[in-house]
Write a protein that binds this ligand. Structure first.
Ligand code: F6P
Length: 541
């Protein structure tokens, strides 16, 4: 269906013209001319401070971005998502991760069915299970208490849980440890199995579809390992539970459906950590803390749903991303947590953002004539400084960055937090200001290498500040990035909730697998693929 691409909208054209007036304006001059920039371009909400004043914007820019958001009917889309409309139209599904953390009293309906009691029933089941594990009432086949859990999953069935579990290590139950296995090559599972005592290990098989090749292979190998060790197939019942939407597949695998924690097709994989997929998190940090995580997300949901665009954190961050992506030609976006507990947040965000927005046709199937998702990457702040920040400071690319900064760290070691904070803020200052020739000369820098000592600056950054990474704050932070992603999906006219782009490779892997396993030369493909397969076949034992 032919529709109007966003590039035809009047607000888009207006933004293009406006960008021309700012293209050569330097952030250091903007700050020099306006001492109120921080007051104008920062927001405190949901226990977060967002300072977006170090962006290449004026009040006029923000007004125009809000007008654009209105022209693409952003607020309608937000309501449609929260109300359970089937906005994931290519899969005919509602998008209701927000229902998983809903704390209100209204019904949320999908096909006329209120899902709120279903969500509560699974939360209750999780609660009972967590209590049983913590109180050593869920015991292993040989009568010993569980002290280790292993989440086997990949993509959304791994990245959310592993990121949150890592972030909230300080809240772990003292008698439990956890591992996450995702990769299909035997190293991941093999190295993990070496650490485990089969009598005290519980495997959590996390898969929405329960057909994902990597997860099923890992789960089957773990199952076989357990049976070999405990010498009894019935041991599986006490050492395997499943998190899935696919009851039949779970039964086929050999897990009793009583040991299955259900979720629903209206929960997208990369939005699923709030559902039964979060079981490993709940076991490790306890149900009270898991509830605080959900609560934090709910508070961000309410902020997103009810706050005017002008004060809405996910909206502002989403629109700023569009501003750089489409009007400054930024190709990437970097996420830099200055909180080591958020070590896996960039990896988690990569799936959230790039699987949602890495698309080239609009909802109506029209090929876009504008850039969509920026390449998203990142690493914990200080480590990044000693690795790739060189490019941010003196490279040739504009790289908008999110600095995520804790006021208090997880551990109180003298001097560490001051060092962290001064580094974070020094980086945003340096990226904004740069260093001019005049400044370099004033520092007596040698003339012959002067060009090497200059910094163009003018790199845009957002800084998000929170007190301390608690379950509640983490819930807010994750929900913020979920909603920011949704905002950009609306702006670019995409469906951010399907992921057809992962299918082709899966399909082809299915074709190549029997060819790798069969005897004889492979001739069915192009010369490169045949050559690679035949080389491997010739060189393996
Ligand atoms: O291959 C991508 C994907 O479909 C993700 O969207 C999903 O999170 C992941 O695979 C795992 O899927 P499942 O939970 O069904 O195993």
């Amino acid at each position: 269906m032919e529709t109007t691409l966003i590039t035809q909208l009047s607000t888009w054209k207006q933004l293009q013209a406006h960008q021309q007036t700012l293209n050569t304006v330097h952030l250091r001059d903007m700050f020099a001319e306006d001492s109120e920039r921080f007051a104008k371009f920062s927001i405190q909400a949901c226990d977060l401070l967002l300072d977006y004043s170090k962006n290449r914007i004026t009040s006029e820019t923000m007004n125009q971005l809000f007008q654009f958001a209105n022209e693409v009917k952003l607020q309608d889309w937000i309501k449609r998502m929260f109300q359970g409309e089937k906005i994931n139209h290519t899969e005919q599904r509602a998008v209701l991760h927000t229902a998983l953390r809903y704390q209100g009293n209204e019904a949320i309906e999908v096909d006329g069915h209120n899902v709120v009691p279903d969500v509560q029933a699974v939360i209750n089941k999780i609660q009972q299970f967590v209590t049983q594990v913590h109180e050593a009432k869920w015991i292993g086949h040989t009568g010993k208490a569980i002290d280790t859990i292993v989440n086997i999953g990949i993509g959304g069935s791994d990245l959310g849980p592993v990121m949150v579990a890592r972030a909230l290590k300080a809240y772990y139950h003292p008698c439990l440890q956890c591992h996450f296995v995702s990769n299909v090559d035997a190293t991941h599972l093999g190295e993990t199995l070496k650490l485990l005592n089969p009598e005290t290990t519980l495997f959590i098989v996390a898969s929405k579809t329960f057909t994902t090749q990597e997860t099923m292979l890992n789960a089957n190998s773990a199952r076989q390992w357990l049976i070999n060790k405990l010498k009894d197939e019935s041991a599986v019942a006490k050492h395997f539970v499943a998190l899935s939407t696919a009851r039949e597949e779970v039964i086929k695998f050999g897990i009793n459906p009583d040991n299955m924690f259900e979720f629903w097709d209206w929960v997208g994989g990369r939005y699923s950590l709030w559902s039964a997929i979060g079981l490993s998190i709940a076991v490790m940090i306890g149900m009270d803390n898991f509830s605080k995580l959900l609560n934090g997300a709910y508070e961000m949901d309410q902020h997103f749903l009810n706050t005017p665009l002008e004060n809405n954190i996910p909206v502002i961050m989403g629109l700023l991303g569009v501003w750089y992506n489409n009007f400054f030609g930024a190709k990437t976006h970097v996420i830099l947590p200055y909180d080591y507990a958020l070590e896996y947040f960039p990896a988690y965000s990569q799936q959230l953002i790039m699987e949602s927005l890495g698309k080239r046709v609009t909802r109506e199937g029209q090929v876009v004539d504008y850039a969509t998702c920026p390449i998203t990457w990142g690493a914990p702040g200080n480590n990044g400084q000693h690795a790739f920040y060189q490019l941010l400071h003196q490279g040739t690319h504009i790289v908008p960055a999110d600095f995520i900064v804790a006021i208090e760290g997880q551990y109180d070691l003298p001097g560490h937090q001051d060092a962290t904070l001064s580094n974070a803020f020094a980086q945003t200052l340096a990226l904004m200001k740069g260093r001019t020739e005049e400044e370099a000369r004033a520092k007596n820098m040698a003339e012959d290498i002067l060009p090497h000592r200059l910094f163009p600056g003018n790199q845009p950054t957002n800084t998000l500040v929170y007190q301390k990474l608690t379950p509640n704050i983490l819930g807010k932070l994750i929900a913020l990035y979920e909603h920011k992603t949704f905002v950009q999906g609306v702006c670019w006219g995409l469906n951010p909730f399907d992921q057809w782009g992962v299918e082709l490779g899966k399909e082809m892997a299915g074709q190549l697998l029997p060819e790798i396993q069969a005897a004889g030369a492979v001739t069915a493909h192009d010369a490169s693929t045949n050559g690679l397969l035949n080389y491997v076949k010739a060189h393996r034992a």
